[in-house]
Design a protein around this ligand. Structure first.
Ligand SMILES: Cc1cc2nc3c(=O)[nH]c(=O)nc-3n(C[C@H](O)[C@H](O)[C@H](O)COP(=O)(O)OP(=O)(O)OC[C@H]3O[C@@H](n4cnc5c(N)ncnc54)[C@H](O)[C@@H]3O)c2cc1C
Length: 319
């Protein structure tokens, strides 16, 4: 049975994106996980529930160094476990780890995957989302970063140790990390919005110049749907919303189940960040807007009228 190593950056609970990687790893064979520090029993139980056979941790925590500790650990864990595939999230930090890990393991690296089949053929959305391609590494080891919301999760998600199951074996690695690295000199917490993180949200409601700067109706819709708020660059440049909300070529890439585009024309740079959404709903008052070419459902109308109606309808459906 081949082994797949999943590189996670949590030591507490699994997030949805972590679970997707673990489900994908199990579909390929035996799953191992690399964690930045020793996990608590709760996390070990969750990992056991996902069928993880072994957990790899460093003898010393990551300290204030960026990237290189994770690379050193993942390389040691991949070698020790004989991993054929290493899976990581699709975050900028994890892509940085993936690139360096590819060098260390002499592995082919595939980023932005939206699927990976049992023959290790990855599906990618490329050229600003205009093409879907399939590719495969010719090296013995594959390192891949996978976009969130690419893997269907089972309806029942294990959160505790299944009856009769053992906790995964924990392997501690003395990793030598002598490579020069950037150091963390300070941290600023983003204010909590109560909404899911944009990169992992299953629903994204995004606004552009057409909002005129009023994101209130979008926030109401996002809250009814349990979604995150995104934005076009025009909205960010206008100062209506922070840059962390920007979706597109120079912003975040999102791949939610549902992307509701509101008052966004659908320029190619915006599409680059959202075209792999499973369902795209666009609200635009211009029936010629390019976004309507890629929308599964297009609503031609003023978002200030359409969105409150949608919110009212959704609320009435939920009683
Ligand atoms: C190098 C580069 C990188 C870029 N990166 C990004 C990026 O990462 N993300 C990004 O988004 N853009 C990016 N852009 C900018 C991109 O080209 C567009 O300029 C931008 O996406 C336009 O934003 P918008 O659709 O909100 O605004 P507009 O293009 O002005 O569109 C506004 C839309 O709102 C509609 N509208 C107006 N009023 C209403 C209303 N009341 N109700 C409903 N609809 C209404 C209009 O019909 C129109 O379609 C980049 C550009 C460059 C050159």
């Amino acid at each position: 049975m081949t082994t797949t190593l999943v590189v996670l950056d949590t030591t507490e609970r699994l997030r949805r994106g972590d679970r997707e990687l673990l489900v994908l790893a199990r579909s390929l064979g035996e799953a191992h996980a690399a964690l930045p520090a020793a996990p608590g029993d709760g996390l070990l139980d969750e990992l056991a529930g996902h069928g993880v056979a072994a957990v790899h941790v460093p003898a010393a925590g990551p300290g204030d160094r960026l990237t290189t500790p994770a690379v050193a650990l993942a390389a040691a864990a991949a070698r020790a476990g004989g991993a054929r595939t290493v899976l990581l999230p699709n975050t900028p930090e994890a892509k940085d780890v993936a690139a360096r890990l590819g060098v260390r393991l002499e592995a082919g690296v595939i980023t932005d995957a939206v699927g990976l089949d049992t023959d290790l053929v990855a599906t990618k959305s490329v050229l600003a989302g205009g093409w879907t391609t399939r590719c495969r590494a010719t090296s013995p080891v594959l390192v891949a970063t996978v976009r969130p919301n690419s893997v269907e999760l089972p309806a029942e998600l294990p959160t505790e140790l299944p009856a009769g199951a053992d906790r995964p074996a924990v392997h501690v690695h003395e990793v030598e990390d002598t490579v020069p690295a950037a150091r963390v000199v300070g941290r600023t917490e983003l204010p909590a919005s109560g909404r899911p993180a944009l990169g992992e949200a299953r629903v994204v409601v995004a606004g552009g110049r057409g909002t005129g700067g009023d994101f209130g109706p979008l926030e109401e819709l996002a809250d009814v749907l349990g979604g995150a708020i995104g934005a076009s660059r025009a909205a960010v440049d206008a100062g209506w919303i922070g840059p962390e909300a920007q979706v597109g070529q120079t912003g975040r890439t999102v791949s939610p189940q549902l992307y509701v585009s509101c008052g966004i024309s659908g320029a190619v740079q915006q599409r680059a960040g959202m075209q792999t959404a499973r369902v795209i709903v666009a609200v635009n008052k211009d029936e010629q807007a390019p976004v309507l070419e890629i929308a599964d459902l297009g609503i031609v109308g003023d978002l200030k009228k359409v969105l409150p109606q949608a919110v009212e309808h959704l609320r009435s459906l939920r009683g």
